[in-house]
Design a protein around this ligand. Structure first.
Ligand SMILES: [Zn+2]
Length: 372
């Protein structure tokens, strides 16, 4: 059997036979190995070698394009303010997320907080976890990791329960953290194995923004907040900001996305979070962050002001919305505002990043396209 016949067989055999045949090929000369790999890649046997490059589609700057007809190496949905036992159209939003998530072949979902209304979870056994999460987001495309931050309503309950790994035993998708960094490779994995070859990444930095907000600490605050592990507040915030600064500074990511619950810039019901404008925004701007995504305001919103390079993305339409708010057209930097329910998608490649906003009908109502 010559090498060409071997390559042809590789295209027809199952994965167990494939492994042995790849080993056989590996005993050949270096040129032979390269030929086998290149041909397998060409034959789109991506599942075996996990060649993400097989999903790569060269794109152009054509602005007239369906939001779901392009494939990026990393795709995810971002959703906030949702857990209401399926009510307030939560289930309808979930259904549309399933359709769009399937079309985009998403890798994961980001929850930007206020995960369980109105008072978080009472404990790791709280039935609300099933009724507002597991039994709602049932679409096959949503059976992916969910990376969540905490919102102010989550702090009204037992915060530790949402952070508890035992929730992952009830539903493996659930990953909730106070502060964390996620790194996704945007380079073709054909070249993986050599750290130096990882030339391009998108990195997500999750920040628990709840402790920043002064009004939650006021003596006349009518809600209880679970501040365990947060005290003393000043030291906690200082450490959080130092950690974020060094993580962002050390990052060489092509795209840096920061995720938090509270707004930085918004024309919704809560408006700007002045504490974050003062303490968080300078760090983001000083470390080349591209996008800040949040919830808290129950709307879909895009703000890009001339005085900041950052795109502010609000995705707080997971359930209860329609506050009756319509900001003036001349609001500083306001690119888009939708008062109703919905969610956003992110598609990220080395040289471009696309954010699409969807309403409850699954219609794309706004698109942000960034290139580098
Ligand atoms: Zn909130």
């Amino acid at each position: 059997m010559d090498r060409d016949e071997e390559v042809a067989l590789l295209g027809r055999t199952d994965s167990s036979k494939l492994k042995s045949r790849v080993k056989l090929a590996a005993t050949g000369c270096a040129l032979g190995i390269f030929a086998v790999l290149a041909t397998v890649w060409f034959l789109d046997l991506g599942g075996f070698f996990q060649f993400d490059a097989a999903r790569w589609v060269e794109i152009t700057e054509d602005p007239i394009v369906s939001p779901v007809d392009r494939r990026a190496p990393v795709n995810f949905l971002a959703l906030g303010d949702w857990g209401r036992h399926g009510l307030y159209n939560q289930s309808l939003v979930a259904s549309q997320m399933g359709k769009i998530g399937g079309a985009l072949e998403i890798n994961f979902v980001v929850s930007v907080g206020d995960n369980f209304y109105k008072n978080g979870l009472t404990g790791v056994d709280d039935i609300a976890f099933d009724e507002s999460f597991s039994r709602i987001y049932t679409a096959p495309a949503l059976q992916k990791p969910w990376h969540a931050v905490l919102g102010n309503h989550d702090y009204h309950g037992d915060v530790f329960s949402q952070l508890d790994p035992r929730l992952g035993l009830r539903d493996w998708r659930w990953h909730c953290v106070r502060d964390a960094q996620l790194i996704f490779d945007l380079s073709p994995s054909l070249f993986r194995g050599d750290v130096d070859s990882r030339v391009s990444t998108v990195e997500l930095f999750f920040v628990d923004t709840v402790p920043f907000i002064d009004q939650y600490w006021a003596p006349n605050q009518k809600h209880d907040f679970d501040w365990r592990d947060i005290l003393p507040r000043h030291r906690h915030l200082q450490q959080k900001l130092e950690n974020l600064t060094s993580a962002l500074n050390a990052s060489t990511a092509s795209w840096k996305i920061v995720v938090g619950h509270h707004t930085i810039r918004s024309y919704g019901a809560h408006g700007d979070s002045v504490e974050l404008v003062r303490q968080l925004l300078p760090i983001l701007e000083g470390n080349n962050v591209d996008v800040y995504v949040n919830g808290h305001d129950h709307c879909l919103e895009h703000v890009k002001r001339d005085d900041s390079p950052i795109h502010f993305i609000t995705s707080g339409g997971g359930s209860k919305a329609w506050k009756g708010i319509s900001p003036p057209q001349n609001s500083n930097g306001l690119q888009f505002y939708y008062d109703g329910q919905g969610f956003v998608s992110f598609s990220v490649a080395e040289s471009w990043l696309q954010i699409v906003y969807y309403n409850i009908y699954g219609e794309a109502v706004h698109k942000v396209r960034l290139t580098k």
